[in-house]
Ligand binder design. Sequence first.
Ligand code: FAD
Length: 306
Amino acid sequence: VFDVLVVGGGPAGAAAAIYAARKGIKTGVLAERFGGQVLDTLAIENFVSVQETDGPKFAVALEQHVKQYEVDIMNTQRAVKLVPGKVAEVHTATGAVLKAKTVILSTGARWREINVPGEKEYRNHGVAYCPHCDGPLFKGKRVSVIGGGNSGVEAAIDLAGIVQHVTLIEFGNELRADAVLQRKLHSLPNVKVIMSAQTTEIHGDGKKVTGLSYKDRNTNELHRIDLEGVFVQIGLVPNAEFLKGTVALSKHGEIEIDAKGQTSVPGVFAAGDVTTVPYKQIVIAVGAGATAALSAFDHLIRSGDD
Ligand code: FAD
């Protein structure tokens, strides 16, 4: 029986494992893909105190740090079910059942993709998902943002201050973002908004993005825009589907937590992109992982057994 079982091996899970193990308690990490989203990231320039690194390097550093401690790492294993209890059970896709006095859920999230030709081919070569992360790489260039909800409009406002020109492309016939954001967006001289537009393809020269095509949904006409970057902002999907009916989820499917990382189930904590935490970033996930581990330890010492 683990004292703390961490489900998810991204930045949040790694931090949780390190903080738990340093308390000298029996700690395990179950991860489908140790490293998490950073494995899909090129440059990381905003992890405070590390001026510049890349995703795969960062993932190796995470794993090496965890391995400094007595942590049972179970990689390439997917959790499919959580059964809460005084001793909780985590069931894996292969049929194994792991038992733990406390569980920390840190299964992260994935960007919703638009699934058009060119998106996968040019991912990290002009196709981006995170304006906080990759915006500065497009300084002085032309980009588009796909999606007119809050995150799309926020991204367009953010990028307008860095890049030469932003074209915001919305599928519907109106923007879904808050009015105050829309007002700000429309006040910017270097932003153009195109409504009722369905992105059909992202073009490139074999190495990087060179343009984007969209269909005008009113006229069915195809249009092409020349640009260097495409930010896809049609939603972040938390990896919490397997927890439905077990822990309380927000309307966006994120695990609801309080300031200590406590979920709706005693002894079950959560951290990182899978939760309701505002702003999904590595530095934030790492802090949340530490918080969840300290809360799990606190729960263990108060629950009266060893
Ligand atoms: P994740 O990194 O998503 O890790 C989740 C972990 O859980 C993984 O190990 C996964 O395999 C595992 N998992 C999922 N489901 C299950 C399951 N059912 N059972 C077992 N394990 C499971 N942030 C920055 O701060 N700076 C950047 O420059 C930056 N660039 C980015 C670029 C890209 C392309 C992307 C996609 C994201 C970027 N981010 C960046 C965001 C950052 O990667 C995330 O905020 C961070 O990784 C969140 O950490 P996490 O541990 O919560 O989740």
